[in-house]
Design a protein around this ligand. Structure first.
Ligand code: GLU
Length: 509
C-alpha cells in the first residue's frame, strides 16, 4: 500500500477546561504530525449538547496556542474537509446512519429511559446486546409497519449498533501491540439519537476520521474500550483499507498512590492540572492554571513530553523542534506515567535560566513600575542577572530583587543575633570608609572590587566573614540575596553607604 499522508486530529469535546492529560494528547499528535510533515486537525466533538460548556472551546484553543501546539487545519484554521465542528455536520451523518440500517449492522430502538430503567432493575448487570435485544422494543422485535408508524407519529428513537457475539476483535495499537477482545462483552451502543438529530460520539468520530482522511488516531487510554466498536464500524462501512492506525496513550497517574491524576490531587498538593486558569461559568469556581502560576510554555511542553514518552537516551531538556525530531510512538509508555510536579518546577527553573536577562527585564520593568519604583533598563538587567538563578518562576524575581528598591528598616532577628558581634559596628565603620574612598569606577566594577576588598580585609586582619556577613545584613536586611558585589554595584555607592550607616546606627542604639 502506498504511504499515506500523515493526518492526525485532536478532537476534544467542549465539556470544560482541557485537563493537562488532554494537553499531552494534543502535544503528541502535534509532534507526530510535524515529524512526518503531516497535518494537524482541530475537530470539536460537540454532539452531546447536554455536556456542552460555554467557553470551553475558546479555552482549548487559547491553551494550545499559548503552548505553541499549532493546527494546520480545523475549527478556526480552515481547510478542505470542513466544517470541523460536529454540531455543524448534522446533515453529513444521517446518510451513514441509514447505510448501517440498510446493511443490517444497526437497528432502531424505541425503549424509553423508564423502560430501560425497568430492565436494569429486573436483570443484574443488564446490557443491551444480542442476549437481551430480543426482549426490547426495537426494529428487530416490532413489525416494519409498527416501526414506520411509530416514526411517523414522532416517537423518539435511537439507532444502535448490532454487535454479533462470539467474535475476536483485534485492535492493532502502535503502542500496545494487538489488543484482542471478544465481541460478546460489547453492548449495542447508541450511534444516533432522533431527539436531537445527532449521532453519538462513536459514529461521528468514525465518520469524521474517515471523511477527513485521518491516518493515525492518537488519544488517551480511556478511549481504548471504544476501539473494538470503532474497528467494527470501519468494517460495517467497508472502510477497513483506510482505517487509521490507533495509538492509545497511557494514563497520567497521581503523584502518589494509584489512580488517575485528578483536579483534587492538584488542589490537595498545590499544583494546577489545567494549562490556563479556568472560571467555571456555572459555579464561578476558579481552577488554577500553569500560565497563571508563572510557567513558561516551553517548560510545560518539555515536562509533558516526557510524561509517558522517552527519547531513548538521557536527553531531558529539549525544544519543541528537538521533540519533533525525537518523538516516536513506539517509545510511548504502555503503563501509566506518574505525575511529578517537582520535575515540572525543575523544568521551569531550567528554562528560566536560559531566557535572556534582557527579555526577563522587560517584563520585570512592568512589575517594578506597578510597585511604584523606577530603574533604568541597565540596572534592571543587572538585577535579573543577579537573582534569576534563585528563581523557579519569573514571577519570583520581584521577591528576590525587592531589596534593591526598599532600604531595609528592620533586620532579621535571628540573623542579627548570629551575625552582629560586639566588634561589628567598628568593622562596618571601617568598611564604610574603605568603600567611601574607592573610586566610583572601582566601586562599580564587581570583578575588580572583589579582590580589592578581600585584600583590604587581609591587610587589616579581618576575617572575610566578619565583614561580609554583617554587610549583607546591612544591605539586604537578612542573610539572603545575590553575590555581594552584585548587591553593591547595583545599589550604587551612595545607597550602599547609607545602608551601612543605618545598620551601624541600629546596632549602636
Ligand atoms: N471527543 C473525544 C474526547 O473528548 C475524542 C476521543 C478520540 O480522540 O477519539 O477526547
Amino acid at each position: 500500500m502506498a504511504e499515506r499522508r500523515v493526518r492526525v486530529r485532536f478532537a476534544p469535546s467542549p465539556t470544560g477546561p482541557l485537563h493537562i492529560g488532554g494537553v499531552r494528547t494534543a502535544l503528541y499528535n502535534y509532534l507526530f504530525a510535524k515529524q512526518n510533515n503531516g497535518d494537524m486537525i482541530l475537530r470539536i466533538e460537540d454532539t452531546d449538547s447536554s455536556r456542552f460548556v460555554p467557553g470551553a472551546e475558546a479555552y482549548i484553543k487559547e491553551a494550545l496556542e499559548w503552548l505553541g501546539i499549532k493546527f494546520s487545519e480545523g475549527v478556526g484554521y480552515g481547510g478542505n474537509y470542513g466544517p470541523y465542528r460536529q454540531s455543524e455536520r448534522r446533515d453529513i451523518y444521517r446518510k451513514y446512519v441509514d447505510q448501517l440500517l440498510e446493511s443490517g449492522h444497526a437497528y432502531i430502538a424505541f425503549d424509553t429511559p423508564a423502560q430501560l430503567e425497568e430492565k436494569r432493575k429486573e436483570i443484574a448487570n443488564f446490557q443491551y446486546d444480542a442476549q437481551t435485544r430480543g426482549q426490547m422494543t426495537n426494529s428487530l422485535t416490532l413489525s416494519k409497519e409498527e416501526v414506520d408508524e411509530r416514526i411517523a407519529r414522532g416517537d423518539v428513537y435511537v439507532v444502535r449498533a448490532k454487535i454479533e457475539p462470539g467474535e475476536e476483535i483485534v485492535v492493532h495499537d502502535l503502542i500496545r501491540g494487538d489488543v484482542t477482545i471478544n465481541s460478546t462483552i460489547l453492548d449495542d451502543k447508541v450511534l444516533y439519537k432522533s431527539a436531537d438529530n445527532l449521532p453519538t460520539y462513536h459514529l461521528a468520530n468514525i465518520v469524521d476520521d474517515h471523511l477527513m482522511e485521518v491516518s493515525h488516531v492518537i488519544r488517551g487510554e480511556e478511549w481504548l474500550p471504544s476501539a473494538p466498536l470503532h474497528v467494527l464500524l470501519y468494517r460495517f462501512f467497508g472502510w477497513e483499507d483506510t482505517m487509521p492506525q490507533f495509538a492509545h496513550l497511557s494514563l497520567l497517574l497521581k503523584p502518589e498512590g494509584s489512580g488517575k491524576l485528578s483536579k483534587r490531587d492538584g488542589d490537595r498538593l498545590g499544583f494546577p492540572v489545567f494549562p490556563l486558569e479556568w472560571h467555571d461559568p456555572a459555579t464561578g469556581a476558579i481552577s488554577s492554571g500553569y500560565r497563571e502560576a508563572g510557567y513558561e510554555p516551553e517548560a510545560v511542553v518539555n515536562f509533558l513530553a516526557l510524561l509517558g514518552w522517552n527519547p531513548g537516551d538521557d536527553s531531558e531538556v529539549m525544544t519543541m523542534d528537538e521533540l519533533c525530531q525525537k518523538f516516536s510512538l513506539s517509545r510511548c509508555a504502555k503503563s501509566g506515567a506518574r505525575f511529578d510536579y517537582e520535575k515540572g518546577k525543575w523544568f521551569n527553573h531550567t528554562y528560566l535560566q536560559e531566557k535572556s536577562n534582557e527579555e526577563l527585564a522587560v517584563k520585570f520593568a512592568e512589575v517594578v513600575k506597578a510597585k511604584g519604583y523606577e530603574a533604568d533598563m541597565k540596572k534592571l538587567v543587572a538585577m535579573v542577572d543577579a537573582v534569576k538563578g534563585r528563581c523557579t518562576f519569573a514571577t519570583e524575581i520581584w521577591a528576590n530583587a525587592a531589596f534593591y528598591f526598599e532600604t531595609p528598616t528592620t533586620y532579621n532577628e535571628k540573623d542579627r543575633q548570629k551575625r552582629w558581634k560586639e566588634t561589628t559596628p567598628d568593622i562596618l565603620a571601617a568598611a564604610r570608609e574603605m568603600f567611601a574612598n574607592m573610586s566610583d569606577e572601582l566601586f562599580g566594577n564587581a570583578a575588580e572590587a572583589e579582590p580589592f576588598v578581600s585584600q583590604w580585609c587581609a591587610d587589616n586582619n579581618y576575617k572575610m566573614g566578619d565583614v561580609m556577613n554583617p554587610l549583607r545584613l546591612a544591605l539586604v536586611g537578612e542573610m539572603k540575596g545575590p553575590h555581594m558585589f552584585q548587591i553593591t554595584t547595583i545599589l550604587g555607592k551612595a545607597e550602599t553607604l547609607l545602608r551601612i550607616d543605618n545598620a551601624i546606627a541600629a546596632m549602636r542604639s
